[in-house]
Design a protein around this ligand. Structure first.
Ligand code: GAR
Length: 206
């Protein structure tokens, strides 16, 4: 059996999507190794989750760097040093520069709490409630130079209820995020994502 592919996970906060990846790996249902978890926020709860699972962690505090380029250089160096082949943004709340994205071509994936291209940016769930849509959900996509605009890998849908608040909808969407992100990483690890322009085709299992 070939060795599991190594991924790096970038986080900023709570880390429940990171936990979903850890749980799937520990259950033997996701054949990747998380080589490093990097947080831009010191003390992020996600770091604790990673440590508990015996995963190497690192804080690269944006405030310790003069500009975005030097901050990203440190993140890039840490990912490469750990041997990462894919970068997973799991609640990472910074926009990566076009230069960083170009250095990881179609090798960065992000989870977003809305059905893109609707409601990109911050508070995707609150935007959906305010707009009055009847369905929302989550999107896993490859990262390109825009904001939440890269080729879509998969989406999961939830209903929006009349009395939903941003928080209640976020909770319903989060349960789907925890399925979607590990699924997408698994498809990537199995070499089953074929990118043709904006489209990502899922190749069936051999
Ligand atoms: C998740 O809902 C994720 O989709 C969202 O932040 C939350 C992180 O939760 N990401 C974005 O909004 C990125 N634009 P987590 O830290 O518990 O995984």
């Amino acid at each position: 059996m070939s060795e599991a592919k190594k991924i790096g996970v970038l986080v900023s906060g709570r880390g429940s999507n990171l936990q979903a990846l850890i749980d799937r790996i520990e259950a033997g249902k996701l054949d990747v190794k998380i080589a490093v978890v990097i947080s831009d926020m010191p003390g992020a709860f996600a770091l604790m989750r990673a440590e508990k699972a015996g995963i190497k962690t690192l804080t690269v505090n944006r405030k310790s760097y003069g500009d975005r380029a030097s901050f990203e250089k440190a993140v890039d160096a840490a990912l490469r040093e750990a041997g990462c082949e894919l970068v997973v943004l799991a609640g990472f709340m910074r926009i990566l520069s076009p230069a960083f994205v170009a250095a990881w071509p179609h090798l960065i994936i992000n989870i977003h709490p809305a059905l893109l291209p609707s409601f990109p940016g911050l508070h995707g769930q609150g935007q959906a409630v305010a707009y009055g849509v009847k369905y929302s959900g989550c999107t896993v996509h490859f990262v390109d130079a825009g904001t939440d605009s890269g080729p879509i890998i998969l989406q999961k849908v939830v209903p929006v209820l009349d009395d939903d608040t941003e928080d209640s909808l976020a909770e319903r969407i989060l349960a789907k995020e925890h399925e979607a992100l590990p699924e997408a990483v698994e498809l990537w690890a199995q070499g089953r994502l074929l990118i043709e322009g904006r489209k990502v085709k899922i190749i069936s299992k051999k």
